[in-house]
Design a protein around this ligand. Structure first.
Ligand code: ES4
Ligand code: ZN
Length: 324
């Protein structure tokens, strides 16, 4: 691992907290909560992390989330992630959580957000590490389910900065959530959405035009559409890209095919993030290393990409100035 990457202060903008559950913690929580798992042990679970596409991953990711039942479970998961991120010089992190993955199992919204938020607060007090929370709607569920979740979130509105859209992109285009996003914007939430991960460039356009998002999560498909690339560059739309995720979910065949550096060279504000690090083989440093070794990025380029994340994050100008 290069000293430059290890020492670089970083900002993470695309991280699913449920995707940070390491096999060890999955089994520890399963024991603690008496939850039956479909895998005999950690090795068997780990062996199942051979994904053919996004859906094959999501099936296992939602299985893993079933061990989360109590406030302390959400705290422990979040604290484990923050500890790793802190060790990798992550100074600020914007974290997705999937309330519907938990409320659908009877876990109250309050339990989910209280455990996550208590860990975020402890990281701020102990290390000065800052964070924001992004409530992500599951796009394979209905518009009504998203509206119900938005209503559940209202008592905790002050703890949630933005909303996002994740899960199965195929068959669930941005327009399905046009009215939900309009309501969220009216309520003052910042808006982002996963688009162009497995879906076409059209989904990136619609996330911008129909949902009015300010950042695109992934946006890999933009490389297939020169006009869209030019627009993303001209409008300074940040892309929160996740190289190891895209490799493991076969969005790209090999790391050298990843469009991140080509997008950067076209003037697009790309950033490097870890997505679901417990499942995809690494946290922030590993993703930076993949861009360095797989794409041949220079230290200068990695610095520019990191400054893109500082610019794209939701801290105030005063807080941003404190990051460096
Ligand atoms: C996700 Cl990699 C990815 N794509 C879409 N939705 C997700 N939820 C968690 N990880
Ligand atoms: Zn994601």
């Amino acid at each position: 691992m290069s000293g430059f990457i290890e020492g670089l202060p970083k900002v993470e903008l695309h991280l699913h907290i449920e995707g940070t559950l390491e096999p060890e913690l999955v089994f520890a929580l399963a024991r603690r909560n008496d939850v039956k798992l479909a895998y005999a042990d950690q090795a068997a679970l780990k062996a199942a992390y051979q994904f053919s596409d996004l859906q094959s991953f999501l099936d296992i990711y939602y299985q893993g989330s079933r061990v989360l039942l109590n406030e302390q479970d959400f705290f422990d998961m979040t604290w484990a992630y923050l500890t790793r991120a802190h060790a990798e010089q992550v100074r600020h992190t914007e974290i997705f959580f999937d309330p519907q993955a938990h409320t659908a199992r009877g876990v109250p919204f309050a339990v989910v957000i209280s455990g996550i938020h208590r860990a975020l607060e402890q990281a701020r007090q102990e290390w000065g590490m800052t964070s924001r929370l992004i409530m992500s709607f599951l796009r394979h569920l209905s518009e009504q389910d998203a509206f119900d979740t938005l209503k559940d979130a209202m008592p905790f509105k002050d703890k949630i900065t933005g909303v996002g859209l994740d899960s199965s992109e195929q068959g669930n285009p941005p327009a399905k959530f046009g009215r939900v996003y309009a309501a969220c914007q009216e309520l003052g939430f910042r808006l982002v959405a996963h688009a162009g991960e497995e879906g076409p460039p059209e989904n990136i356009r619609d996330a911008l035009d129909v949902l009015s998002v300010e950042r695109i999560d992934h946006g890999v498909a933009a490389i297939r559409d020169p006009e869209l690339m030019a627009r993303l560059a001209a409008e300074h739309v940040p892309l929160t890209q996740c190289p190891l995720s895209n490799l493991r979910l076969r969005v790209v065949d090999k790391m050298s095919d990843h469009p991140l550096l080509r997008l950067l060279q076209a003037g697009v504000k790309v950033t490097i993030n870890s997505d679901d690090p417990a499942y995809f083989g690494g946290y922030m440093n590993a993703n930076y290393q993949a861009v360095q070794q797989g794409l041949g990025a220079s230290d200068q380029q990695l610095l520019v990409i990191t400054l893109n994340a500082v610019n794209a994050c939701w801290l105030s100008p005063e807080e941003k100035a404190r990051l460096s």
